[in-house]
Design a protein around this ligand. Structure first.
Ligand code: NAP
Length: 342
């Protein structure tokens, strides 16, 4: 079979689509010469997907394991059929195809894939454990990276689970770095989450002394947490699914609206909160996988908002280095991540 750098030769159905859009891909673990075979250590399931699985299974670990195994055996990849999202993995290299672009990679090198599990051929032999509080699933299994797939070597001086967690959301702080300028007012919805704290840290740097970073959280204890981390100038308690609640609380303090709003929540129906608090000339960055294009587009039109809306691309050049440097440069974030992920 002719091999394709994007892995389309592994698409089973529907024909003609790329692996991410496929409902089933071939997860036969014999590689083509332009692929990489990985012995998987841990999956980091995307937060929107993990939250959906956790809720449907009432936090029952055995049921969650069964659901994950079912998804992978029917799709050939870990793509939640409800959220459509995947996650990332870390593992060690088992085999390098003779035409894989990077021939410096060696069997045994530890890497994190930087492409979504929603397009990565995966075979799970056994689930060893599920960490219900941090979205990570330790498995015995193998995965394949296509020729076009990107990855990062896991630094030997950092914990692999922490690296996996940070790289899962590396696109978010890196995009904040591109979007936020000196003096901007920035709202981060879901600021106490994993990507939330990374985005807040980056926004504080970019907005500088004349800017303002506001965190929006849904639990009282997250206010204390963000204040201790010194990651926001102000933290507002509001439910992001209640657009008028968010709008009235933010508008009362900041009637001029936000220049940039970053959405990093893991639940549906938060589009309008972001749109309502952002200036007409501003930007909303939807990193959340629970975002609906329809709700955002028609919702903005419905309230006469001319805001610019950006789909949260998980990749931007240099995102992995920026994110790992960020964690290493912030002792407070590093120690928070060590507590949660190691
Ligand atoms: P996370 O650590 O679980 O953080 C999500 C945060 O949202 C949590 O602090 C959560 O609070 C908060 N939240 C939930 N419901 C809320 C509500 N109604 N109002 C206000 N805050 C609320 O997730 P993450 O790993 O940072 O991921 C964030 C989002 O990015 C997810 O949607 C994930 O799927 C997405 N993602 C996107 C990409 C991409 O390529 N675009 C890549 C990776 C992840 P509680 O803890 O109290 O629930």
């Amino acid at each position: 079979m002719k091999t394709c750098k994007y892995g389309t030769n592994r698409v089973i159905e529907p024909r003609g689509v790329l692996p991410q859009a496929a409902t089933k891909i071939d997860n036969t673990m014999t590689i083509y010469d332009n692929e990489l075979l990985i012995d998987v250590i841990t999956l980091n399931i995307d937060s929107a997907s993990f939250t959906q699985i956790k809720n449907v299974c009432n936090k029952d670990i055995d049921k969650m394991a069964e659901m994950i195994l079912d998804i992978v055996s029917s799709r050939g990849k870990m793509q939640n059929p409800i959220t459509g999202s995947g996650g990332m993995l870390i593992g060690t290299i088992k085999e390098v195809g003779s035409n894989f672009p990077d021939q410096t990679l060696k069997v045994g090198d530890k890497i994190a894939t930087l492409v979504s599990l929603s397009l990565t051929p995966l075979h799970i032999k056994k689930i060893n454990s599920i960490n219900i509080s941090n979205d990570q699933v330790n498995i015995e299994g193998t995965a394949i990276l296509f020729e076009s797939g990107i990855y990062a070597k896991v630094p030997s001086d950092m914990d692999e689970h922490l690296v996996l967690a940070a790289l899962d959301v590396a696109g978010a702080p890196a995009q904040v770095n591109k979007l936020v300028k000196e003096g901007d007012s920035v709202a981060i919805i879901g600021a106490a989450g994993k990507s939330g704290v990374l985005c807040a840290y980056q926004a504080m740097i970019n907005a500088g002394k004349t800017g303002k970073v506001i965190g929006i959280v849904n639990e009282e204890k997250q206010i204390k947490q963000l204040n201790e981390l010194e990651l926001c100038h102000d933290v507002i308690l509001a439910d992001a699914t209640n657009a008028m609640d968010v709008y009235s609380k933010v508008n009362k303090k900041y009637p001029e609206g936000m220049d940039v709003t970053i959405n990093v929540v893991n639940v549906q129906n938060t589009e309008m909160s972001c749109i309502l608090i952002t200036k007409d000339t501003g930007v909303v960055y939807f990193f959340s996988m629970a975002t609906s294009f329809t709700k955002a587009a028609l919702g903005a039109e419905g309230v006469g908002s001319d805001v610019t809306m950006i789909i949260g691309n998980g990749y931007t050049k240099g995102h992995a280095d920026l994110t790992l440097n960020l964690v290493n440069n912030s002792p407070k974030i590093k120690s928070l991540f060590e507590k949660i992920y190691t």
